[in-house]
Design a protein around this ligand. Sequence first.
Ligand SMILES: *Cc1c(COP(=O)(O)O)cnc(C)c1O
Length: 459
Amino acid sequence: MKKFLLNENEIPSHWYNVLADLPTPLAPYLHPLTGAPLTPADLEPLLGREVIEQEFSTQRWIEIPHEVRDIYRMWRPSPLCRAERLERALDTPARIYFKYEGTSPAGSHKANTAVPQLHYAAREGVGRVTTETGAGQWGSALAFAGALFGIEVAVYMVKASYEHKPYRRSLMHTWGATVTASPSALTRAGRRALEADPDSPGSLGLAISEAVEDALGRPDTKFTLGSVMNHVVLHQSVIGLEAKRQLEIAEDYPDVVVGCVGGGSNFSGLAFPFLAPDPARNGPGPRLVAAEPAACPTLTRGRFGYDHPDTAGLGPLLPMRSLGSAFMPPPIHAGGLRFHGDAPALCHLYENGRVQARAFEQNEVFAEAVRFARTEGFVMAPESAHALKGAVEEALVARETGQVQTILFGLSGHGHFDLAAFDAFLAGRLEDYALSDEQINASLSTMPALRPAGGRHGG
Ligand SMILES: *Cc1c(COP(=O)(O)O)cnc(C)c1O
C-alpha cells in the first residue's frame, strides 16, 4: 500500500460549494404547509443561523473557521492510499486509490460536519440539539462534537438499530448524549407510530420527525442533520479537496470517482470538488459513480420530484429523487444507506447526467469488503463497501479492456461496530432483498404530485 499524506497546515482553508457550479440552478425548497418557496426565515425555528445561510448560499468558496480546522487536526488531513495489493488480487491494470475517513474519533466522515454544525451552534448560544440516527454513526459523530462544545445532544435512534447495535449507543452515552429509541412516546409523531404498530422497528424518516418535533417544541433547542442538506454536502467537501491535493502528489488524476450514497454527503464531499473550475485542467473531469444498496435504490429506481425528508411531513419539500417518505427499506446491514431520498444537489447532477448510479446487493458488497480486509487490511463499514464494490467493477472492466484507469473511491468509515454483520456474511446467513416494482410503486405513490423543473423524464 502506498500512502499519500498532507501535513496539518494543508487542511483546506475553505469548503467548496457545488451550488456555484451547477449547470442550471437548483429548484427551490418548498414550505411543507404552504408549498411556497422556502425562505431562510422559515428554517429559523429549526436550524441555526449560520447553517441556514450556508444552505441557501451559492458562493463557491466558504471559509472554514479556524476553531473548526483546529478540531479537524485531530484526524485530518485523512490519508489517501493506493490499494496495490487489491489491484494485484484483481489482476487489473487499474490504479485504485481510496480516501480513508475511518480515522475520525467517531469512525466515519460524519464528524466533518458534526464539528462545524456544533461550532456554529455554540457561537449562537444554542444549548441543546436534537437529531436522528439510523445505525448510530451520525448520532455518535454529533455526540463527540457535543462533548467538545459543551452542547447537550438528544438522539432519536431507529429502534431496530437501538436494539441490534448496542455499541454505537454506548459510544454516544460515553460522549454524554441521551439516546431514545424511535418511535418513542416523547413526541406526537412517535406516539402515532406506536399506536399504529407497538412493535414498529422505526425508520430514519420517522426518527427525523421526532427530532424535528422535539426541536420545534423548545426554544433552547435546534435540530441537526447528518446528510442530505446543502450545508452538510458543503462541509464534506474537505474530503475531495484533500484527495485532489494528494493525487497531485501521487502525480495522478482519477478517471472515475466512486462513493456510496445514503443521503449523499460523503459521495458529494469526495466527488464534487472535481467539478470546481480548475485552471490547470481542461476536459470533462472524472466520471462520478454513486453506489447505493439494491434494497434502498433511491437514484436507480426512485422518482425525481418534491418530497419531505421525514415521514410526518414536518420538514421542507426538497427537490430530490425519492422512494417516498413512507418507504421502509428491508433491514440490510448498511444502516447508513437506508434513507428514502438523496441530497438535492446530487439528484440535480444525476438528472443532468453528470452523475451515474449503480445498485448492489449486500452479499456481493460484503464479499468485496472481506477481499479488501484480506488484501489491504482495513475492515470497512458495510456502507463504504458499496463504494468499494463499485470501484472493483470499474477495475474489472479495465482488466477486460486492458485500459489503464485511475479509480478513486471513498472509504467513508471503519467497520468495527459492524462485526455481527460480518459474522452473518461469513456464516452464509445474509439475505439479499429483491424489491418488486409493486413495492416500489406503492411507496412512490405516497410522494406529493409536485414536480420541480429539470427532471430526466421531462420533470
Ligand atoms: C452515514 C454513513 C454513510 C451514508 O451517508 P451519506 O450521507 O450518504 O454519506 C456512508 N458511510 C458511512 C460509514 C456512514 O456512517
